[in-house]
Design a protein around this ligand. Structure first.
Ligand code: NDP
Ligand SMILES: N[C@@H](CC=O)C(=O)O
Length: 437
């Protein structure tokens, strides 16, 4: 049957009706006429796959199914929107869709970071679109600028806050001294956190996003296992207080860089860790579930993208943008830009990365301790930028901030400090990013 536009309707299957899926289904149903105008053909919702089809979700019961695979394979489905989460089931469903020549929109960064090559090749060989704007930084357009707007430039660096849950927690701890557990539970209630919030707080979600960003920024294939990762669950109120004393805050950062290897050839570094960020840096002011991504490209210079990084409606905005693009491509009989020919750049090990360390040590409060600690830095060629003693007696602590050095030298220094007789404990080690020095 043809729509008012004269074009055959495009059948859409939405897999998942949770935080994001429910918003997407609402927009498809409520904005049907506007979408038809923008696409040039009506979108018709063929079904919504869920785990539990018995609950009332405010949509016609006949749309609901627990058989996602059968829904994807229906002949009247042209476009598949995957919003289930996880890896293996969505992989099967997305492959089934692409192999049948259906275009796919997904917000699933874990899936993409694990199987980017396989899925891109399936899309390529079956002439289908695979879009994933929502997989990185929620509502913020960052995938399309990197894959299209900057396709003719050379990107050197992408650094950002790409996880809303952890930014929500760190901002609340910093601004009001809020408690970690309470704020994490709140992030879950607000729909920011993953089904298993370990993915957020241990940096897996940000690492998956870093893999996607590095892949498209550097036209190479980077998977989640290539990303160096540290989570933020061990950050304490004391760390934030010390950061404040240095005029910094703490943010979970994803950093993707093109760096030169020892043979002069380009390599890629992708890493995620909580870092001190100077308060005057633009990323320091990004609060709550907001995300921001700073891109440095040779001709464009520095660009910054900012907005809501998590939550049902913001993420649905990015999903719908992709769905409209994929649908338009169908109407016009083509497909969007392909994955760039990939360069297979080597992954640089973390030990080669040059960074700055902040080290917090519990120490004996007696003469000679400072020089013993300083000697461990000096022996490994690490220059100290600032040292401060906090507390006295049993509560004595030394806070050391270094100048730039390789992560290898910094990590070796910390290992040596752990064995120093006058150091009772290395209480925290964080990197400092975004400083001019
Ligand atoms: N929430 C956010 O802010 C963002 C999420 N994302 C990504 O979007 C995706 C969806 O996230 P979100 O909406 O938060 O997840 P939810 O957990 O809220 O929703 C998941 C949905 O998938 C359905 N589902 C689960 N297993 C199956 C199955 N075997 N068959 C059919 N349906 C199934 C669930 O059904 P039922 O309702 O019956 O339980 C539910 O409707 C994830 O990949 C996530 O990483 C990306 C950016 C932001
Ligand atoms: N759990 C994620 C959701 C969006 O990707 C986050 O907190 O950023």
């Amino acid at each position: 049957m043809e729509g008012a536009s004269g074009q055959r309707p495009l059948g859409v299957a939405v897999l998942g009706h949770g935080t994001v899926g429910a918003e997407v289904v609402n927009i498809i149903r409520e904005d049907a006429l506007d979408l038809q105008e923008r696409i040039g053909a009506p979108l018709e919702l063929r079904g919504v796959a869920v785990r539990d089809a018995s609950s009332d979700r405010g949509i016609p019961a006949e749309l609901l199914t627990t058989d996602a695979e059968a829904l994807v394979r229906r002949d009247d489905v042209d476009l598949v929107v995957e919003l289930i989460g996880g890896i293996e089931l969505p992989r099967t469903l997305v492959r089934a869709a692409l192999d049948a020549g259906k275009s796919v929109v997904t917000a699933n960064k874990a899936l993409l970071a694990a199987y980017t090559g396989e899925l891109a090749e399936a899309a390529e060989s079956h002439n289908a679109d695979l879009y994933f704007e929502a997989a990185v930084a929620g509502a913020i357009p960052v995938i399309r600028p990197l894959t299209q707007s900057l396709a003719g430039d050379r990107v050197d660096r992408v650094m950002g806050i790409v996880n809303g849950t952890t930014n929500y927690i760190l901002s609340a701890m910093d601004e009001s001294g809020a408690d970690y557990e309470t704020t994490l539970a709140e992030a879950g209630r607000l729909g920011y956190a993953e089904a298993d919030p370990t993915a957020d707080v241990e940096g897996f979600d940000a690492a998956a996003k870093a893999a996607i960003l590095a892949s498209i920024a550097f036209h190479t294939r980077v998977t989640a296992s290539d990303v160096y990762r540290e989570g933020m669950s061990s950050i304490t109120a004391a760390d934030l207080t010390s950061a404040r004393a240095l005029n910094c805050t703490i943010k979970l950062l994803a950093i993707c860089e093109r760096i030169s290897g020892p043979d002069g050839r380009d390599r890629v570094s992708a890493r995620v860790y909580p870092a001190l960020v100077p308060r005057e840096h633009p990323l320091a002011t990004v609060a709550g579930a907001f995300n921001a991504v700073v891109v440095e490209a040779q001709a464009a210079g520095r660009l910054m993208f900012y907005g809501q990084g998590a939550g049902g409606a913001p993420t649905a905005s990015a999903v719908m943008g992709d769905l409209v693009m994929a649908a338009r491509n169908r109407v016009q009989g083509g497909r969007g830009p392909r994955e760039s020919k990939y360069a297979k750049l080597e992954i640089a090990p973390m030990s080669d990365i040059v960074t700055r360390y902040y080290v917090n040590l519990q120490v004996a409060d007696r003469a000679g301790v400072l020089s013993a600690v300083a000697a461990e830095f000096a022996t490994r060629g690490v220059s100290i930028s600032a040292v401060r003693q906090e507390g006295a007696g049993d509560g004595a602590r030394l806070v050391v901030l270094t100048h730039r050095a390789t992560d290898r030298a910094l990590a070796d220094t910390v290992a040596a400090l752990e064995n120093l007789e006058s150091v009772t404990a290395v209480t925290s080690v964080l990197r400092l990013e975004g400083s001019a020095e």
